[in-house]
Structures are given as C-alpha cells and as structure tokens.
Design a protein. Structure first.
Ligand SMILES: Nc1ncnc2c1ncn2[C@@H]1O[C@H](COP(=O)(O)OP(=O)(O)OP(=O)(O)O)[C@@H](O)[C@H]1O
Ligand SMILES: [Mg+2]
Lengths: 226, 318
C-alpha cells in the first residue's frame, strides 16, 4: 500500500530530513515508526499525506506515484487517509462534534448519517459525553482523542498517526492502541509514529526506525515482493 | 482503498452531496455573519451608503428629466414667411397648418402689427420709418403637440413646415431646452462616474472584509485542506459571504434611497403646490430596485472572488 523507493526530503533551509528511505508497508498491515526526536518521523508521514513532497526518489500510495499527483487531486487522496496529527490541529472555535464531523461534511454526507457516525467515533475514543464541549475545555489527552475520532470517523483505508499517545497515561495509551488494532483487524492499513518503545514492544507489530533521517531498523521488506 | 467501497453506501450521490454542501454553506455563511453583528453591520452599511448615493442621484435626475419634459409644453416654433407673402396667403397657410395633428395651437403675427410693436419697444421708430418698406416678415407661432416618447416628432414637424412654399424659415425657439437636456446628459454621465467609483469602493470593502475573514480563519482553512477539503469547498463559504454582503447591502441601499426620497417628497410637494403643480417625486421603480440589488450582488461576489483568489492560495498546511 505504501512504498518508499530511495526517498530523500530536503527542507528549503537545506536540512536533509530523510535520506534514501526505502520500505514497503503492505495493505492491511499495521506498523510502528520510531526514532529520536528530529529523526524525520513526522516528515515521513507528511510525505505520505502529500503535505510535503519528496526531493528525490519515488513514493507509491496504493499504486499511485505521488510525484505525479497534481495539486487539484491532493484532496481526494487525503480523503482516504485518516491522520492523527502530532499537534492535534483542532478547531478551537467549534465544538467537539463539529470538529469530528468535518471529514464527513467535506465528503457530503447527509445530516442524519453524520450524527450517527460522529457519535460512534466519539464513543470509540470514550468522549461521547463531550460532544458539545469546546476543545479548549478538554485535557491534552482528551484533545488528542478528539483528533483520533476525527481521523477514523470517515473509515479511511489508511490511518497515519503521529504520536497519538503522547499525552495519554499508560492505561489510555493501551486502549487507543487496541482501537487502532481493531481498525487494523477490519482491513485498515495503519502506520503509527511513536516514542513509546515499551508499548510498541507489547504490541508486537513490525517496526521501522529512523536515525538522522536514515532507516536504521526495518522489520518490513524493502520491495513489494520480498 | 480498502474501505472506500464501504463508504459509498451511506454517502449521498455526487450531485446530492454537492447540493447539500452548497445549501449548508449558504446558511452557515449567513450564520457566521450574524454571529459578528457589529462588523457585518458596518460592512453592509458602507455598501448601502456607497450604492444609495448614486441611486439617489439617479432618482433625482430622472425626476428632473420628467419636469423638463413638462416644460417642453412651452416650446414654440416660429415660422417666418417669405417677404413677398401677402396677409391673405398667410391667413390661408395658418388655416391649413391648424389641421396638422402635431400642431396644438397656431397664431399669426401680422407684419404691420409686428413693426408697430417693434417701433414702440425699440424706440427706433424714426430710423425704421426711413427704411420705407417694412423689413419684417409675417410670422406664425406654433405650439407643437409634445410627445415625450417621440422627441423626433417635433423635428419632423419643423421639416414639414420648412417645405411649405411661403415659408422662409421655421425653427424651434427654445435653445434653452436643448441646453437643459445637454446639462442633464452631463449630469447623467457624472452620476455614472460617481457610481463606478463607488462601485469600485464596494468591491474593495467587500474584498478587504473577506481578506480579514480569511486571515481569521487560517487555522480552519489549513485543517480543512489537511483532511481533504477541495479548493472549491474552502472557497465556497467566502464567496457566499460576499454574496450575502451584496444582497443585504443592495436591499439596504434600496431602503435608504426610498427613505431619502420620502423625506424629500413632502417639501417638494409643498413647493410644487405653490406653482399649482401636482408634481411628485418618483422613487426607484421595482425593476430598478431589483437591478440595484443584482448589481450589489455582483459587486459582493466579485469582491470576495478577488480576495479569495489572492489570499487563499497563500495558505498551505505544514
Ligand atoms: N518545515 C520545515 N522546514 C525546515 N526544517 C524542518 C521542517 N520540518 C521539519 N524540519 C526538520 O526536519 C527534521 C525532522 O523533523 P520531523 O518533524 O520529521 O522530526 P520527528 O522525527 O517527527 O521529531 P519529533 O519526534 O520531535 O516529532 C528536524 O530536524 C526538523 O528541524
Ligand atoms: Mg514529529
């Protein structure tokens, strides 16, 4: 589903955030991405979501070479990806419900359907009672879970999560991981960037590690066939 | 992707989704405006005033043209007959012209009589006596029938008169009517210039309001882009906001014009009654009002379109 072929990413300042990264994440797989702070985890996820573009190399998503995707096609690709952002990216002038419903509104769901799906997503992250709250009145962990609900509400085929448990206690972290696992069980491909090595070990999923922008450890194959 | 098919079932058909999105945004953008009543009111007020001013001038000009058409009734055609025309021939011509449809009234100024008057008024009596022959021709004065819709009729009549055998020259006396019309035309052009300038002002006001709106909602735009909102989707609320400004500004301008006219009307009626005239100020007609609102919508939409085109692409999530 996701294939990196010698991908390099150099930021405008000249900093090389990713250096010759190659791996293949098969459809329906769930994997973890680790590495020290500044290793390039967020950069790697941003490349998949077309928030950044590779400086060199090829990146294939679902068989589509992302270098060939024009700006006008980007939204349609993003709609099939659920993204949990490291810095939440919530809208603070709207209720939790309105935040979570945004992907459904963009896709043009009907009113009744939106209510049903948003409540189902909030239920899964344990925030059903907070649907009318403003995000600013929630704790950091609760805000993070609102972001997770928004990423899963439209049942995307691919879920990218950047430090989804950064602000959660061990108990809640486990619950969220279990939620991702349930998603993976019904066929969603999942890639999670995380510092939480202990939890990652417990989960037992394949791990890829970055060090200074280069792959230092890879449980996945490098090509689609190996 | 894997689950994409699953989604299709509950999702509306593309057209329905599109329509739902449009209606939703139309209502939401109105809601957003009412949530900031002070700033929305100011923007609408500026549009209303900027449009009411030329609309009001337009109304006044229209009324002035109506009055001047009334004055046209006092327009007079002087028909100078050839010097060798006898009084009898002159009488006969008068009789013939009286039957013309376009002639309301006709009278003859006899040349003897005219000379007598001239002597009396000018005081050149002796000098004229010395000339021997009466240098003045017989003159017919005609009040034409005025048809405000057919100003060319009068010219047609003058042409007809000039073709008569005994007629030396027929001409419309009232140069000042022409001058007045010329002045009204200049005033009309001036109003168009004012209207264009104020129209540009409206464009800028709406554009600037939308620009601030875009800046205030930067976060929302970024997030919407991040989760797959198309440019059209993001553009839409701003365009609808511009449209709402246009509609409410246009309606307010209409009301403002009507209000100003009704305030003026009392004093105008009083003035007219002093002149034994039933003259009344006429406001914007219904279709003119609708045009005003349409023009205002156009300006609102264009203003927001310009702002959106310039400022939305600057915002990219990172
Ligand atoms: N927009 C940018 N412009 C320039 N440099 C950037 C930009 N974004 C990230 N970088 C640099 O690229 C490197 C990798 O950043 P990235 O955010 O991918 O790290 P990360 O692995 O997600 O770190 P963390 O665990 O702290 O989130 C960092 O050194 C960072 O300074
Ligand atoms: Mg990061």
């Amino acid at each position: 589903m996701i294939r990196f072929d010698n991908v390099c990413k150099r930021y405008p300042g000249g900093y090389e955030a990713l250096n010759n990264v190659s791996f293949h994440l098969p459809r329906g797989e769930m994997a973890f991405l680790t590495g020290h702070s500044g290793a390039g985890k967020s950069t790697l996820l941003k490349l998949i979501a077309l928030i950044e573009r590779p400086s060199r190399g090829n990146l294939l998503l679902d068989g589509i070479n992302l270098s060939s995707v024009g700006n006008s096609k980007v939204p349609y690709i993003r709609r099939n990806i659920g993204i949990v952002f490291q810095n939440h990216h919530l809208l603070y002038d709207r209720t939790v419900f309105d935040n979570v419903s945004l992907p459904l509104i963009i896709a043009g769901y009907q009113h009744k359907e939106i209510g049903k799906r948003v409540r189902a997503a909030l239920d899964q992250v344990g925030l059903l009672k907070k649907e009318k709250s403003a995000p600013i009145t929630l704790s950091g962990g609760e805000q993070q879970r609102v972001g997770i609900a928004r990423a899963i509400v439209h049942k995307p085929g691919l879920l990218l999560a950047d430090e989804p448990t950064g602000n959660l206690d061990p108990e809640l972290s486990k619950e969220i991981m279990a939620l991702f696992r349930r998603f993976n069980d019904v066929g969603v491909t999942v890639l999670i960037a995380s510092h939480n090595l202990e939890l990652i070990k417990q989960m037992g999923n394949p791990v890829i590690s970055l060090n200074q922008g280069a792959l230092s450890h890879n449980d996945l194959s490098v090509t689609s066939h190996g | 992707m894997v689950k994409a098919d699953n989604n299709q079932i509950a999702r509306s058909s593309p057209f329905k989704a599109w329509a739902i999105n449009h209606i939703r945004t139309l209502i939401a953008s109105l809601g957003a405006m009412t949530r900031q009543p002070a700033s929305s009111f100011m923007t609408v007020a500026v549009i209303a005033i900027a449009l009411a001013l030329p609309a009001g001038l337009f109304v006044l000009l229209n009324n002035a043209s109506n009055i001047s058409i009334g004055w046209d009734n006092s327009a007079q055609i002087s028909v100078f007959l050839k010097a060798d025309t006898s009084e009898k021939q002159a009488q006969k011509l008068m009789g013939k012209l009286r039957l013309y449809d376009d002639v309301a009234q006709i009278s003859l100024i006899n040349k003897k009589q005219a000379l007598k008057e001239f002597k009396k008024i000018s005081g050149f009596g002796d000098a004229i006596e010395a000339l021997g022959d009466n240098p003045l021709p017989h003159v017919l004065t005609i009040q034409p029938v005025i048809d405000a819709n057919r100003p060319d009729k009068i010219h047609h009549l003058i042409k007809q008169l000039n073709q008569q055998k005994q007629v030396e020259l027929a001409q419309l006396d009232l140069q000042w009517v022409k001058r007045l019309f010329a002045m009204l035309e200049i005033a009309q052009r001036a109003i168009w210039v004012v209207a264009s300038l104020l129209g540009i002002a409206v464009l800028l006001v709406v554009g600037n309001t939308i620009r601030l709106d875009i800046q205030n909602r930067r976060e929302e735009i970024e997030v919407t882009k991040l989760i797959g909102g198309t440019d059209a989707f993001i553009r839409r609320p701003f365009l609808y906001t511009g449209l709402w400004y246009g509609i409410s500004g246009g309606i307010s301008a209409w009301l403002l014009t009507a209000l100003s006219i009704s305030l003026l009307d009392n004093s105008v009626e009083h003035l007219a009654s002093l002149y034994n005239s039933g003259f009344q100020l006429k406001g914007l007609s219904f279709s003119e009002g609708i045009n005003l609102i349409g023009f205002s919508c156009f300006l609102g939409l264009s203003g927001s379109w310009i702002a959106v085109g310039r400022h939305l692409s600057e915002i990219e999530p990172s």
